[in-house]
Design a protein around this ligand. Structure first.
Ligand SMILES: *Cc1c(COP(=O)(O)O)cnc(C)c1O
Length: 346
């Protein structure tokens, strides 16, 4: 696989925007900066942020064991997804593959960019069909999106199936690991050296408890990262986010403990849900949510709203008829949910 064959020609040929801080990078010394039209009076935020988020990448590198050259940061992983489309998918010509039911953004981005979407459904128990995925590949297929643990089903994709797709597809495989910290399996980032076409996405929005700061991570071989960096908005990760991210990384232990608690809460909620007679099936989850099949999802959804509790109705997604997706809350919140369900059950 050659990145130059895969990427859009205009992206390969264009010149990247060059910011004041790209052209003069030494910010440590006592220079006087009159090159970026900033307001010179100190506010703590009067200067543009580091366009490369260098410090954040260094700390992430220690945390994840991935060199900074193999990392792209985005305004949420949604922005990294957007960059992948714009770097690799030629509007009205190229195609992508997704495996529904899965995260809704892949389809939205395909529509925005006028990219044909080929959907290869998961099995009814939400596993990949690697042969079917590979059969759906055409010479226009640039990206295959896999999500593991998958949203909304919560399960991990079979490792061998993911590898089979990686081995036999000459475009990029985007593996969305937004929920990997809740899973009993390691991240695919350790496979980056074995699969040059692998792009792993992670986020600060779930296990790291910072959806509000909008910080997503992409991990891939350096050539892919360089291309994405070339087209990203220069200051896409703002200074407040960079500062907060450093705090979060320094407190990684806190979030690990929260993840452990959420996993034990997930198991507890599972046991309680099994006792509710209108719950027909609880799908096994490696994420911080449960997909639950009930007798009548619309009815139960509205009954819970009346009790002040909001879950996600997924009944219209493939293989998810009458399914609710329930995010794991604090122990108190989960207890309230269980009591509400027991009242509806009585
Ligand atoms: C929540 C989620 C994300 C996170 O997106 P951000 O833009 O980083 O908040 C990505 N992928 C999936 C499958 C998700 O469920």
């Amino acid at each position: 696989m050659k990145i130059t064959d895969l990427a859009r020609k205009n992206v390969l040929q264009m010149k990247a925007y060059s910011s004041a801080r790209d052209e003069f990078t030494d910010t440590d010394q006592d220079f006087i900066f009159q090159d970026a039209n900033e307001n010179p009076f100190q506010s703590g935020y009067n200067r543009y942020p580091d366009p490369n988020a260098t410090k954040v990448k260094e700390k992430l590198s220690d945390l994840k064991g991935i060199p900074p050259a193999n990392m792209i940061l985005g305004n949420g992983s949604d922005e990294v997804l957007d960059l992948l489309f714009r770097a690799f998918c030629e509007p009205k010509i190229d195609e992508i593959i997704t495996t529904p039911p899965t995260y809704g953004m892949y389809k939205v981005l395909a529509e925005v960019n006028e990219i044909q979407l080929n959907e290869v459904p998961l099995t009814p128990d939400f596993q990949l069909k690697p042969e079917a995925v590979l059969e759906a590949v055409s010479d226009k297929t640039k990206l295959i999106f896999l999500c593991s643990p998958n949203n909304p089903s919560g399960n991990l994709m079979n490792t061998q199936a993911v590898k089979q797709i990686l081995k036999n597809f000459s475009g990029l495989v985007i593996l969305d690991e937004a929920y990997i910290d809740f899973a009993a399996q390691n991240s695919f980032v350790s496979e980056l050296n074995h699969f040059p076409n692998l792009v792993v996405l992670q986020t600060f929005s779930k296990a790291y408890a910072h959806a509000g700061i909008r910080l997503g991570m992409g991990f891939a071989q350096a050539e892919i990262i360089q291309l994405l960096n070339k087209i990203k908005p220069p200051y896409n990760v703002n200074q407040l986010t960079q500062e907060k991210a450093l705090e979060v990384i320094a407190s990684a232990e806190t979030y690990k403990n929260q993840v452990e608690m959420l996993i034990s809460e997930r198991d507890l909620l599972c046991k309680e849900l099994e006792k509710i007679s209108f719950v027909e099936k609880i799908y096994p989850s490696e994420a911080n949510f449960l997909l639950v099949k009930v007798d009548n999802a619309i009815l139960r959804y509205h009954q819970l709203i009346e009790k002040g509790m909001v879950v996600r109705n997924r009944t219209n997604e493939m293989h998810c008829e009458d399914c609710l997706r329930i995010s794991i809350g604090t122990p108190k919140e989960n207890q309230k949910l269980i009591i509400a369900l027991q009242e509806l059950n009585a």
